[in-house]
Design a protein around this ligand. Structure first.
Ligand SMILES: Nc1ncnc2c1ncn2[C@@H]1O[C@H](COP(=O)(O)OP(=O)(O)O)[C@@H](O)[C@H]1O
Ligand SMILES: [Mg+2]
Length: 280
């Protein structure tokens, strides 16, 4: 066999393996935003956990190569990725049997910057989809870096380019300010251009209810996400207020859906999860 035939055969094998893997994942949900710090990782972790608590089999692919926060939010920072008997990467187990893979496990320390160009990022995303023993999953939630760069593009193309696999769903997270909204528009256009299943927009950090007087304070205004959704013809999934307990829980490695179920943030989040489930 010539070298080019050999390369062709190995590419085909690679594609077959990817297809086999993806055929066992019923739905992928990409969590995206135009801006950083709007709550993508918080939404990804809590969405995964909400689904897992409803007996769905859930995987989380932490696709934020430069800021892999999922292991911290899910309280599994000290875990390690190991390979199984067949030499495949075994994901780390988190709350309610969620399976997690993150670049955070591949770098030496949180302070080590990752300097990778596009092709390298693509190859890591492909490995995470193809070489991880995810098994059968109802949902694979993909937490992404802000913007419409290499990571979301790779995930979208790898999944969309595989025959017979559901198009990935996209949840766009935004905060109510104008700049954040402007960026959310780009994510919506990105999802549409790539033929993703646009599930809708979440407005996070939408108002703040004062723990002392209970009065609502619009720190970053409210309602912008809803307005943007209307303008863009996208679905509005709901608004989650600022709740200081979310920061506390997140820092402690405990997703907020596990506690204070009576809070407005928690109830808003449950409605969002119900809406996403109803669409899939
Ligand atoms: N609704 C909220 N109320 C209070 N803090 C929040 C809320 N959503 C997210 N946060 C906090 O904001 C910070 C950024 O959230 P994160 O999910 O890491 O954003 P991203 O992944 O978009 O960069 C974190 O410290 C997180 O705990
Ligand atoms: Mg993040």
């Amino acid at each position: 066999m010539s070298e080019s035939e050999n390369n062709g055969a190995s590419r085909e094998k690679d594609a077959d393996l990817l297809k086999l893997q993806l055929s066992k994942i019923r739905h992928t949900i990409m969590v995206m935003s135009g801006k950083g710090g709007v709550g993508k990782s918080t939404v990804s972790a809590n969405l995964s956990l909400s689904l897992a608590r409803q007996e769905y089999k859930v995987g989380v692919l932490d696709g934020d190569i430069h800021g892999p926060d999922i292991p911290k939010i899910l309280g599994i920072e000290d875990a390690k990725l190991v390979s199984d008997d067949e030499g495949r990467i075994r994901p780390v187990d988190a709350y309610h049997g969620i399976k997690v893979v993150s670049v955070g496990y591949l770098i030496e320390s949180r302070d080590t910057p990752v300097i990778w160009r596009g092709p390298m990022k693509h190859s890591v995303m492909r490995q995470f989809l193809r070489d991880v023993s995810w098994g059968e999953l109802d949902f694979l939630v993909v937490d992404l870096p802000p913007g419409t760069g290499d990571e979301p593009l790779s995930i979208a193309q790898l999944i969309k380019g595989t025959d017979g696999v559901n198009a990935p769903g996209a949840v766009i997270v935004t905060t109510p300010q104008d700049v954040a909204l402007l960026d959310a528009r780009k994510s919506v256009e990105f999802a549409r251009a790539l033929g993703l299943n646009l599930l809708g927009i979440v407005e996070n950090m939408s108002g703040f209810s004062c723990p002392h007087c209970g009065k609502a304070i619009d720190l970053f205004k409210t309602g912008g996400g809803k307005k943007a959704a209307e303008e863009l013809g996208a679905r509005f999934l709901g608004a989650v207020p600022i709740d200081p307990r979310i920061v506390r829980d997140t820092d402690a490695g405990r997703p907020f859906v596990l506690s204070h179920e009576e809070s407005e943030a928690n109830q808003a989040f449950s409605r969002i999860v119900r809406d996403i489930l109803a669409q899939m």
